[in-house]
Ligand binder design. Structure first.
Ligand SMILES: [Zn+2]
Length: 293
């Protein structure tokens, strides 16, 4: 099992096989690419671009896809994925990253929810396509993934909003179609802690059994106290029992990741618990960390 890290610092961290940097974020900030890492790009959530040009926001009958619109439940501000000007700039960024870095991971590359987008351009594109609404939305998203893939030489992957059942209807994301273009699915199962984790086990089981490409599960590993750290490491162990290609830890920075590695390396009691219960893949990860921490 591989172990990776997703970080807000453009710096690879010892003891991790895969290093991912958030190069473009949902607030619209774009940082310098991290050439020795995989670069994660937030596609159609861009608060800065929407502030600059409010007409690009995605629209529904319940109003815009904005966090302050209480009729819709949006974690971010989404813009319309058929806006040609924005899409052109985004593809230029992906093109640049695709040539200069180890690879690109896309996130939020889809429609915000069911009922989006009803802007006049989307309505027109849909009608002209001759397709039904769901098929048109899936085609719009899949075509974008195909176009992005053609710009990337190295590794190419997509994050997944972790809804294994309704992603097609909600977001226009058809996992089977996207699988053709990507090296793996990156599934973030975010939480402030994993003291309750049955849902992580359940979603990991579903995604590893249904996806057509390798699956990496991302767990949140920021701002940990000892209880949260112990719960995180045990959750990693349970995830490792499934057919995952690897686990990514979302950390704030290098210190944060090193804290996790050191804790696992020094905690003999926890290692014993992994041994007794046969969590061998987890013990292999800790062995790897022992070289550095
Ligand atoms: Zn639209």
């Amino acid at each position: 099992m591989e172990i990776g890290v997703v970080t807000y610092e453009p710096k690879s961290i010892k003891g991790f096989d895969i290093n991912i940097y958030y190069v473009k974020r949902a607030d619209g900030t774009v940082f310098q690419p991290a050439e020795q890492m995989l670069n994660d790009v937030t596609c159609f959530c861009d608060a800065k671009a929407i502030r600059k040009n409010p007409s690009i926001v995605a629209i529904s009958k319940d109003g815009p896809a904005l966090r302050n619109n209480r009729k819709v439940n949006m974690p971010w501000d989404y813009l319309c994925p058929t806006d040609e000007e924005y899409k052109k700039q985004l593809l230029e960024l992906i093109d640049d990253l695709g040539r200069r870095t180890q690879g690109v991971i896309l996130n939020l590359y889809h429609f915000p929810e069911e009922g989006f987008c009803t802007c006049s351009r989307c309505q027109k594109l849909w009608r002209n396509s001759g397709l039904d609404w769901t098929t048109w939305r899936v085609k719009t998203v899949t075509d974008f993934i195909e176009e992005a893939k053609s710009r990337v030489k190295g590794i190419f992957a997509t994050e997944v909003w972790p809804d294994p059942v309704l992603s097609k209807e909600r977001f226009g994301v058809d996992f089977w179609q996207i699988a053709k273009y990507i090296d793996f699915f990156h599934v973030p199962l975010s939480a402030s802690d994993y003291t309750t984790m049955y849902w992580v086990d359940m979603l990991t089981r579903i995604f590893t059994r249904t996806m057509q490409k390798p699956v990496y599960i991302e767990l949140s590993a920021e701002l940990l106290n000892e209880i949260k750290l112990e719960a995180l490491l045990k959750t990693m162990a349970y995830v490792s029992r499934h057919n995952v290609k690897g686990i990514f830890l979302l950390v704030h920075d290098t210190n944060n990741a090193e804290q996790i590695c050191s804790y696992a390396v020094q905690n003999r009691e926890l290692q014993k618990w992994f041994e007794v219960h046969g969590f061998y893949k987890m013990l292999e990860v800790i062995e790897k960390w022992k070289e550095f921490y």
